[in-house]
Design a protein around this ligand. Structure first.
Ligand code: AMP
Ligand code: MG
Length: 473
């Protein structure tokens, strides 16, 4: 038995300069670790074969019929410095399927062997980052935030050299597309206006069929990314590597590396071990997305008939991004406080709470989840200050319909906490997938209280804290 995937590969029909065609490098002993049956159903994949067959397909050992494997080329600003050529150094796009809901999705293997874009890398991934991306991307989906998804994780049966010899694995990633701001930058840097036009047409048709001009596209991408980053900010998520090659034009969260959800709230929080300057700290994310969108805007200028006018117009649009993120942010935080109406004083109410939380090291997730119950107060050392704030909040929220319902839909009980992810990985390396399964099950419904999950809502105990996260490349 095999798995029928109804491929229709539009990216493979793009000009040759957009990618390199090549097959995944086979692995020694593929073994299925996880398969996302719910996502498979969403994609319209039925008649799911046995685990060994799935392992052969999602390790790249068996190419499914209709696949046109390729590595995509792109460029990108990494920590502010421009690399004119990056690309899929350890990923292979198998192709695209159109799900029953009409949306086209990429199916990509990550960790599938070297490509012409691997530079010094081995093209592989180890089990830790593969399961981390699986859990965190699916948790993001559970939270209702646009993201790439995880369809499968396969152990390769090979060891790869990192800090130590570690078990290799491959993630199957599903995305609206893998087209990045950096994909546009690649052709912009080469002054290839023809390719930019082809890419523009592809992206417009694929993601923004209602748009017409490059200006419309810029507007649409700004709207999605402003919303996305505000959503991250509303759940305490720190992407960790907001390089332009890790910023999609579809508006999905992509490339989960040294990302993290905050435990204790502090706006300057950084987990990533490679982010030594704190460029991608929690509070910097709105500014960084503005900067990344400015790079995107630059790439669209050559497509405009009057380039001077385009620069003036795009500059205005980019200057407005911070306010757009703030507006989204305000609405999301209003919902976290149970507020449906909009009032001028709300921003102050929200930032005052956040300031108290930062001062007292309150747990971000648990504080919001507990607001309105006595447990909220326990998060604060300066209880008088919190009580005074809570009085203002009560006065403000008086008469708001469905306050507690709105709050429980905006304040998750469960996030993928770093220490639980580390414990899950440790167990998986030892052959125990039970913690992974449990996280997946609970994080699929993060806004619902669930029995016997007290340990998953608890912040790390002393000694359990994760000080730094690694990209695992
Ligand atoms: P990232 O910022 O982690 O998304 O990756 C930056 C670039 O490094 C991308 O072009 C990746 O394909 C590439 N890369 C990361 N890890 C590896 C690896 N193990 N082998 C080859 N290329 C890699
Ligand atoms: Mg990347």
């Amino acid at each position: 038995m095999t798995l029928a995937i109804p491929f229709d590969n539009s990216y493979a029909r793009m000009p040759a300069g957009f990618y390199t065609r090549l097959a995944p490098t086979p692995v020694r002993a593929p073994r299925l670790l996880a398969f996302n049956t719910a996502l498979a159903t969403e994609l319209g994949l039925t008649d799911i074969p046995d685990p060994a067959t799935l392992a052969a397909i999602f390790s790249g050992n068996t190419l499914p019929e209709g696949a046109t494997p390729l590595a995509q080329v792109y460029a990108g600003h990494q920590f502010g410095g421009f690399s004119p050529q990056l690309g899929d150094g350890r990923a292979i796009l198998l192709g695209e399927v159109t799900a029953p809901d009409g949306t086209r999705r990429d199916i990509q293997l990550k960790g599938s062997g070297p490509t012409p874009y691997s530079r010094m890398g081995d093209g592989r991934a180890w089990l830790g980052p593969v399961l981390r991306e699986y859990v965190v991307s699916e948790a993001m989906h559970g939270l209702g935030i646009p993201t790439t998804r995880a369809l499968a994780a396969v152990a390769t049966g090979e060891e790869i050299a990192r800090e130590a010899m570690l078990p290799g694995a491959i993630l199957t990633r599903v995305a609206a597309s893998h087209i990045r701001v950096g994909t546009f930058q690649y052709f912009f840097a080469r002054r290839d206006a023809g390719a930019l036009r082809d890419l523009f047409d592809h992206v417009r048709a694929r993601h923004y069929p209602d748009t017409d001009t490059p200006e419309d596209l810029l507007e649409a991408v700004i709207a999605r990314q402003a919303r996305l980053v505000a959503q991250w900010m509303s759940v305490g998520f720190i992407h960790g590597v907001m390089n332009t090659d890790n910023t999609t034009v579809s508006g999905e969260t992509i490339d989960y590396g040294p990302c993290a959800f905050m435990d204790q709230y502090h706006p300057a929080t950084v987990y990533s071990s490679i982010d030594r300057q704190g460029r991608y700290a929690f509070q910097n994310q709105p500014g960084i997305i503005t900067w990344n969108l400015a790079q995107f805007a630059s790439c669209l200028v050559p497509l405009m008939p009057d380039q001077d006018a385009a620069v003036a117009r795009f500059t205005e649009m980019i200057h407005a991004v911070p306010d757009r993120v703030s507006a989204e942010w305000l609405d999301l935080y209003r919902a976290k406080l149970g507020l449906a109406s909009r009032r001028e004083e709300d921003e102050r109410l929200i930032t005052d709470l956040l300031a108290l939380m930062a001062n007292d090291g309150a747990d971000f997730t648990n504080t919001f989840r507990a607001l309105g119950t006595p447990a909220a107060r326990d998060q604060f050392t300066d209880r008088a200050a919190f009580d005074a704030w809570a009085e203002r909040w009560l006065a403000r929220s008086e008469g708001e319909a469905d306050r507690s319902g709105r709050m429980s839909r905006a304040n998750p009980a469960f996030i993928p906490r770093n220490h639980r992810i580390e414990q899950m990985i440790e167990a998986a390396v030892a052959g125990d997938m039970a913690p992974f399964e449990r996280l997946m099950q609970v994080l699929a419904r993060p806004y619902e209280d669930q029995p016997e999950t007290e340990d998953l809502t608890r912040p790390p105990l002393p000694g359990e804290e994760v000080q730094a996260t690694f990209c695992g490349t």
